[in-house]
Design a protein around this ligand. Structure first.
Ligand code: GAR
Length: 207
């Protein structure tokens, strides 16, 4: 059974989708053993508590640099014996020491079709604001491995939905969460735990 550690910063609806999938028995060979939040007030912490999952706070504000925070996170992940690290709305930057310690063992969900609307500054609602500003006709979400390049690691799963003429950043965000993120994130975690994701160079193959 693989130990899954989920990193969060906010509402935690993606964490909830993972918990629900686990409760339905859809995550074979893996178990969410710990949730770590960069924000002490994140509602995601309540979701962990409500489901009897160990929750830890590693407040970004308690650390003066990315390097210090990354060191503390790395120590916590090793302590928790993480086999898979899932960024589920985790809004804090970690340096390459963490990626190097968990190569192809950290996955992130991003609320756009990478390589569009990704990288530095593209997070949360900003992503959907940028997509609507550009006037794209489809958007969606991507689950990918985390590397030292922000939002640049091998893509595991993607799914698109139509953008509607009267969409606001909020309505688009909600539809992408409901119709894409809450489905493809648990799916990718399940595939990982079954050993079905092969990384070949900069791409993945689902076996
Ligand atoms: C989600 O839409 C997630 O894809 C996004 O933030 C939201 C978090 O919601 N993540 C990023 O933008 C990371 N670059 P949640 O806390 O309810 O899961």
């Amino acid at each position: 059974m693989l130990n899954i550690v989920v990193l969060v910063s906010g509402g935690g609806t993606n964490l909830q989708a993972l918990i629900d999938a686990q409760n339905r028995g859809e995550i074979e060979n893996g178990k969410i053993t710990c949730v770590i939040s960069s924000n002490p007030n994140a509602y995601a912490l309540e979701r962990a508590k409500n489901n009897n999952i160990k929750a830890r706070i590693l407040n970004r504000k308690d650390f003066s640099s990315v390097a210090d925070y990354s060191k503390a996170m790395l120590d916590a992940l090793v302590e928790e014996k993480a086999d898979l690290v899932v960024y589920a709305g985790f809004m804090t930057i970690l340096d390459e020491s963490v990626c190097k310690a968990f190569p192809n063992k950290m996955i992130n969900v991003h609320p756009a079709l990478i390589p569009s609307f990704c990288g530095k500054g593209f997070y949360g609602l900003h992503v959907h604001e940028a997509a609507l500003e550009k006037g794209v006709k489809v958007s969606g979400a991507t689950v990918h491995f985390v590397t030292e390049v922000c939002d640049g690691g091998p893509i595991i799963l993607q799914k698109a939905i139509d953008v509607l003429d009267d969409d606001t950043p909020e309505t688009l965000q909600r539809r992408i969460m409901e119709q894409v993120e809450w489905k493809i994130l648990p799916q990718a975690v399940s595939l990982f735990c079954q050993g079905r994701i092969e990384v070949v160079g900069s791409k993945t193959i689902i076996k």
